[in-house]
Design a protein around this ligand. Structure first.
Ligand code: COA
Length: 257
């Protein structure tokens, strides 16, 4: 796959998003490759668990690829969100355990991808945030829903509206992250957790995942609403201003139009 590195060891399929010069930003190709990789996870008997991480020491994933979607219209925005939701739902509903090994910035779609995984282990240098409103858009890969599920409504609203980033330690305190470890211990910690889970009944593990996800089924309408509002935000002048400002490396001047 063009944008992913994959390996299989001890029944663990490791998926590494491999665009380190772009902070592993999620473009359409990464989303397509992730879909292929996750289909392999579903189909392969050898794969019993998954670790998702980012290439390089700086970023897990710094969000969706801003340069790619900067001139999208609402229709393209809707398709982008729908494609992302489909893949992230494959991760969340995977009957085999999926762990995010968060090795640096997990912003926007990166934080959202980590939240779609069953467990998050963060390196001490990891940082989390949902900075989309800086661009005049909203989280579009499930963030408005899953952030609330993990950290509660008040803190989720604060972080999505201020775009403040939180450290790995704060993310742990808030319940977003399961464990915080030294960067060099990250992959071992994730592999050790999977090795422990592999000693349990695989069918029982799949049932636990399905039942926990079922707890949130009544709230599926929020995900649909997010796709719609994400798409609508592409029609605004603020979206043009926000993305142009990012590309030009300056502060955005929003007008509310
Ligand atoms: N989309 C596209 N490109 C991105 C990106 C993204 N989400 N995040 C980082 N990049 C690119 C930068 O444009 C830069 O490319 P360049 O070298 O061609 O100019 C490269 O990755 C390195 O990023 P840079 O900003 O120079 O690194 P930094 O250490 O100064 O800052 C971040 C790191 C993560 C704080 C900063 O890149 C950032 O704020 N990224 C955007 C986060 C965001 O808004 N995500 C939500 C998108 S919906």
């Amino acid at each position: 796959m063009e944008t992913l590195l994959t390996s299989l060891e001890n029944n663990i399929y490791t998926i590494t998003i491999n665009r380190p010069d772009k902070m592993n930003a999620l473009n359409a190709q990464v989303i397509a490759d992730l879909r292929t990789a996750m289909q392999h996870v579903y189909d392969s008997e050898e794969v019993r668990g998954v670790i998702i991480t980012g290439a390089g020491a700086k970023a897990f994933i710094a969000g969706a690829d801003i340069a790619e979607f900067a001139d999208f219209n609402a229709k393209e925005g809707r398709l982008m969100a729908a494609n992302g939701h489909a893949v992230f739902n494959m991760i969340e509903n995977c009957p085999k355990p999926v762990i995010a090994a968060v090795n640096g910035f997990a912003l926007g779609g990166g934080c959202e991808l980590a939240m779609a995984c069953h467990v998050r282990i963060a390196a001490e240098n990891a940082k989390f945030g949902q900075p989309e409103v800086n661009l005049g858009i909203i989280p579009g890969y499930g963030g408005t829903q899953r952030f609330v599920q993990y950290i509660g409504k008040g803190k989720a609203l604060e972080l999505m509206m201020t775009t403040d980033m939180i450290s790995a330690t704060e993310a742990h305190t808030l319940g977003l992250v399961n464990h915080v470890v030294a960067p060099e211990a990250l992959m071992t910690k994730a592999a050790d957790m999977l090795a422990k889970i592999f000693t349990k009944g695989p069918l029982a593990i799949a049932r636990v995942i399905a039942c926990v996800n079922a707890h949130f089924e009544a709230q599926q309408g929020g995900f649909e609403r997010e796709i719609k509002e994400f798409a609508n935000s592409f029609d605004s002048t603020d979206f043009k201003e926000g993305t142009t400002a990012f590309v030009e490396k300056r502060k955005a001047n929003f007008t509310g139009k």
